[in-house]
Design a protein around this ligand. Structure first.
Ligand code: FAD
Length: 318
């Protein structure tokens, strides 16, 4: 079922969902299942599965020289989506990137989604490759998420890259895109970033999932600015419980988000990461309670493959 239909059918009740990351190449799926199992008590209507782009690895040639190869360290997004749908009977949302894919490759992936009964897609641009300063699309690939949204929309109405294919029933996708309550790192201003978000919605995006934030006020202001601009699709908040002291530096650096002073000082008081996790859970519980009062359509958690803290939060707020 489409995410937007799940939201409609919930009749105003807030749903629960989460995002998982495929295991590194060579690692089985068992650990992932162990972390998904407990979260099924909250009846998630959908689970997102991330995609990571290709990266460089250096292979020793044995003569003191290194060979540079590009590879994907966490492949298998679509396989994991299919496995989860089969095991848990929930919808899955594969993340599909512009970066590293030609439009042809994207088309094949979307065709596979159709065969697998996957009709929700999270359409993202992706970041620059590690070691590169700016994002560069693959030759013949999509540049911005809005271009990818257009390609997915076209395919849903039978417009393939090789031309239109007329058939009785087309499998249109429900498309999610990313939104940034604290602005995307590359955007010159919040207003510019919102204009680009609007472009994604005009291209056919059906809903928005936000980057993580730790100050709900940022989300409320973002929703209000988006609505004022005419963006009227559901805006799902993304929630990440802080879990290690390192997150204080890492999360602002990677995601360009602020951490509230009060949360920083609570984390700094902790003697180890076990205490930090407690603080992170408590903060997220308070965030979720306020978001529930606001009437958010879904509480969407960045699990990073670990479910213990999310289980505690879910049991407190759902
Ligand atoms: P875009 O919407 O294309 O925006 C990128 C930048 O370009 C922005 O600054 C925007 O303002 C600007 N822009 C957009 N359109 C245009 C245009 N037409 N002309 C000029 N400028 C434009 N990354 C992964 O690698 N894998 C994942 O699985 C993944 N999942 C994510 C899930 C969520 C919910 C979020 C919020 C992010 C996720 N990311 C993921 C990170 C994402 O790929 C990066 O944040 C990336 O840098 C931007 O992606 P985007 O889709 O927002 O890009």
């Amino acid at each position: 079922m489409k995410i937007t239909d799940h939201i409609k059918n919930a009749n105003g009740k807030t749903l629960f969902s989460f995002e998982i990351v495929p295991p590194p190449k060579g690692v089985g799926i068992a650990d992932l299942y162990e972390n998904i199992d407990p979260l099924m008590e909250f009846k998630p209507p959908f689970i997102d599965v991330t995609t990571s782009r290709e990266e460089y690895v250096f292979i020793e040639k044995g003569n003191g020289l290194l060979e540079r190869k590009t590879t994907r360290m966490r492949p298998g997004t679509l396989g994991i989506c299919a496995a989860i749908q089969h095991k848990y009977n929930v919808d899955t949302v594969p993340h599909v990137l512009c970066g590293g894919f030609t439009k042809e490759e994207t088309e094949y992936l979307l065709v596979d989604c159709m065969y697998l009964g996957i009709n929700n897609i999270m359409a993202l641009r992706g970041d620059a490759m590690k070691g590169e300063k700016y994002f560069e699309p693959a030759k013949g690939g999509n540049h911005y998420a809005s271009d990818l949204v257009s390609q997915i929309q076209d395919l849903g109405s039978g417009k393939y890259l090789s031309g239109e294919i007329v058939c009785e029933e087309h499998n249109s996708f429900c498309i999610g895109v990313a939104g940034y309550p604290e602005k995307h790192i590359e955007a010159p201003s919040m207003n510019y970033d919102l204009q680009m978000l609007k472009k994604k919605v005009e291209a056919g995006a059906d809903y928005i999932v936000t980057q993580m934030f730790f100050d709900n006020q940022k989300y409320f202001e973002f929703v209000s600015a988006a609505r004022a601009m005419g963006i009227d699709v559901p805006i799902i908040p993304g929630i990440k419980p802080i879990a290690t002291k390192k997150h204080l530096q890492l999360l602002p650096q990677v995601f360009k988000i602020d951490i509230p002073e009060m949360l920083i000082s609570e984390v700094l008081k902790c003697k180890d990461n076990r205490d930090v996790r407690e603080v992170g859970v408590e903060w997220a519980i308070q965030q979720c309670k306020e978001l529930l009062d606001f009437g958010v359509p879904v509480l969407h958690f960045y699990s990073m493959g670990k479910s213990n803290n999310i289980l505690k939060i879910g049991r407190e707020v759902l």
